[in-house]
Write a new protein. Structure first.
Length: 295
């Protein structure tokens, strides 16, 4: 049998020596990555969730402080509730852009989602801004998004509660449908439950414990001290609290609030005065640790 020329034999020997290990390493790394994803090891990230942002004064404060906080706390992903960023009710295009430039990666809303006129084009053009998913189907925008962030696919969901709130669709069923629709398309999941009743928030958290990586409540503007890891592994806090001026009543001017309580008359609410404090929580998915922060 005729042997190939020497140079051909050397060529294929080089290919075998160098190429096979190279492709073997790629196959091995991809296999490990797939295995890690199944085991949840790709959840090695730190998430900062920021409580309801009140007023443009807080937006300006975040413009000064957020990038520093991200670096100091080694934050990979920032999600904020912008429900009250535009002077108490809703958020507008300008405030949203400033918050994204300041270091926010995703923004959730709430029952005041449509409090500003220019929110509609914003919701329809920017997937980073999501309104509650259990709004009527005809409402503009989306109630969830999957963001690709440095190799992590982060599913962000926003729902409103129904106790002491408007007649929203069932938040349990809404979340179930989203998880089924997006199954296998994300690595980390975050749920903002914008609700009044603590019991309702807890019920939703219990229902999805082990299915969603990070869950927390917003809306009340009062920070709860119950941050914890639930039995099936989800990270949880009942309410993040408020990010805004500390001199009034949960971010609102004291005089306007007390006048409303005393007279029951319609009252124009104004943003409070005083020093700004940002309340949030760091969810460390690799260390399985939840930590409240204020800055």
């Amino acid at each position: 049998m005729c042997r190939p020329p020497l140079f051909i034999r050397k060529f294929f020997r080089v290919i075998f020596v160098f190429a096979v290990p190279f492709w073997a390493r790629i196959w091995y790394n991809n296999s490990i990555r797939r295995c890690d994803r199944r085991l949840g090891k790709e959840q090695a990230m730190r998430i900062l969730a920021i409580g309801d942002i009140v007023g443009s004064v807080t937006v300006r404060y975040l413009e000064k402080m957020l990038w520093h906080e991200r670096e100091a706390r080694k934050i990979d992903f920032v999600i904020a509730n912008g429900e009250n960023a535009a002077e108490i009710r809703g958020i507008n295009f300008g405030e949203a852009k400033r918050l994204f430039d300041a270091g926010v990666d995703a923004m959730t809303l709430g029952n005041h989602a449509f409090g500003q006129r220019d929110i509609v084009p914003l919701l329809e053009s920017d997937p980073r801004v999501i309104r509650p998913a259990n709004f009527p189907a005809a409402a503009p925008g989306n109630g969830y998004t999957v963001l690709d962030l440095s190799g992590w696919r982060v599913l962000c969901i926003n729902v409103c509660g129904r106790v002491f709130m408007d007649a929203f669709a069932d938040p349990f069923e809404t979340v179930e449908k989203i998880l089924a629709r997006e199954k296998g398309k994300y690595d980390v999941s975050v749920l903002d439950i914008h609700a009044e009743a603590t019991s309702e928030k807890w019920a939703i958290a219990r229902a999805f414990d082990g299915e969603i990586s990070v869950m927390y409540g917003t809306h009340t503007h009062v920070t709860t001290a119950d941050e914890q890891i639930l039995p099936n592994g989800s990270m949880w806090q009942t309410d993040l609290g408020m990010s805004g001026p500390t001199g009034g009543v949960i971010g609102t001017d004291t005089a306007s609030v007390t006048n409303r309580f005393r007279t029951l008359l319609p009252t124009r609410m104004e943003v409070a005065q005083g020093p700004v404090a940002v309340h949030g929580t760091v969810f460390d998915l690799s260390a399985k640790r939840v930590e409240r922060v204020v800055f």
